[in-house]
Write a protein that binds this ligand. Structure first.
Ligand code: GLU
Length: 419
């Protein structure tokens, strides 16, 4: 038992043991690699609009500080707890190391449903959370970003709050900011764009014709909606999408721009194209070329993995597939190609890194430059993962995670144990 114990942390830990066995990491070295360096829990009190006071619990977990500052998003969701945040921080470490960023992983969150707050309450809570975190974060210590339930506006409030306490504007304290407040072009689209880029690459490698191929996307937030749009723009028929309010299906392909426009106006899919409603439980197992889980952790369990009828699983979300489901996918061999989360959704943190670099240098790039460099990093990591998976005949997730773990381990061993 640790303070992190819970289903999501156990999942990250059991994935790590698989990698540690594969890499023959001595048992006494494992906890040093797996266990988070630091975790902070704070109480965030705010005045509600009705004059009462409410207190929300906030967390930040910094996994390791070996390669540079820690980096990772902040999640606002009712279900957030410290174990989930720790697991997400660990996954951020393997992700950053896999794609070669000079960061350790971090994650933060508040146990709150942001839809239950007014805009003023959301601003108060965002500012209070950042204010409570000031002793623990910094542009060279820990750099926050958006995640589920947070967005550019929340990042602008974080940046403003931190800057007010410093007495100067410190844009490099968070990434995923609005372009008008020191953000970079291409960050908002970066995760979904990267998912679609890798899907197209895999389709080419598997000889699947892109135009006319079919896709299913679970989650229609910043990752799912942009991945769906990019695929749609490439000629892929996105036959089904969903969010927490429901799912939509159309065998001929959904009108993704129209659904995005609807969500921009109404906030979710609830009243969009209701005649196309589908039972969300059926979504992931629809027959199609590519399934993109871009919502929550642990949505593909062993039963769903056995029932999948797609050629490619592209993990836009963090941790959507359980270790038991991994075994089934691995057994299904060439039937299903997995693009593992730490590669598939890494475009987001890659462009966050570009944003941090641009902020530090106060030298800003064109969007084409951002996209070109993002794809270059994703392609390189994909090639190396494929090489490793083929060479050692291991599952794609094992190859990708092993490369991340090896880099962190190499740096830790080279630096040594202080004192
Ligand atoms: N929250 C995102 C992720 O899980 C982005 C993190 C970042 O940009 O720092 O990768």
């Amino acid at each position: 038992m640790t303070v992190y114990s819970g289903p999501v942390f156990e999942m990250a830990a059991s994935q790590f043991q698989v990698i540690a066995d594969y890499l023959s990491i001595p048992h006494d070295e494992r906890d040093r690699l797996l266990m988070p360096k630091r975790a902070v829990t704070v109480s965030c009190p705010i005045h509600r609009d009705d004059g009462t006071t409410a207190v929300f619990e906030g967390y930040r977990v910094q996994h390791h500080l070996t390669l540079g500052p820690t980096k990772g998003g902040t999640r606002f969701a009712a279900s957030v707890d410290i174990g989930e945040v720790a697991a997400l921080a660990i996954w951020m470490s393997w992700k950053c190391a896999l794609v070669g960023l000079p960061y350790g992983g971090a994650k933060g969150g508040i146990g709150v449903d942001p839809a239950s707050l007014s805009k003023r309450e959301l601003e108060a809570l965002s500012r209070r959370y950042m204010q409570e975190m000031i002793p623990f974060v910094g542009p060279h210590t820990d750099v926050m970003a958006p995640d589920m339930g947070t967005n550019e506006q929340v990042m602008a409030w974080f940046m403003d709050t931190y800057s007010m306490y410093q007495g100067q504007t410190v844009t490099e304290i968070v990434t995923g900011k609005p372009v008008s407040a020191g953000g970079t072009l291409g960050r908002r689209e970066a995760t979904g764009r990267g998912v679609a880029h890798l899907v197209r690459r895999v389709m080419r490698d598997l000889d699947i014709e892109i135009a006319g191929a079919t896709a299913v996307v679970q989650g229609f937030g910043n990752v799912g909606s942009i991945a769906a749009l990019e695929l749609y723009n490439s000629g892929v028929k996105v036959v089904a999408v969903s969010d927490h309010t429901g799912a939509r299906y159309h065998a001929g392909g959904l009108d993704i721009p129209a659904l995005i426009a609807h969500c921009a106006r109404h906030g979710n899919l609830r009243e969009a194209a209701v005649e196309l409603a589908l039972d969300p439980d059926e979504l992931l197992t629809l027959p199609c070329d590519v399934v993109v889980p871009a919502a929550m952790e642990r949505v593909i369990d062993a039963r769903t993995a056995a029932a999948l009828r797609c050629r490619i699983v592209a993990e836009g979300a963090n941790g959507p597939t359980t270790p038991e489901a991994d075994l089934i996918l691995h057994q299904r061999g060439d039937e299903i190609f997995l693009i593992p989360d730490i590669l598939c959704n890494s475009g987001g943190v890659v462009v966050s890194y570009f944003e941090w670099v641009q902020d530090l240098q106060q030298l800003f790039w064109e969007e084409e430059e951002v996209i070109r460099r993002e794809y270059q990093i994703l392609d390189r990591a994909y090639d190396r993962m494929m090489e490793r998976a083929r060479r050692d005949k291991v599952f794609n997730r094992t190859a990708a995670m092993a490369m991340g773990v090896e880099r962190v381990r190499g740096a830790k061993n080279m630096r040594g144990l202080f004192p």
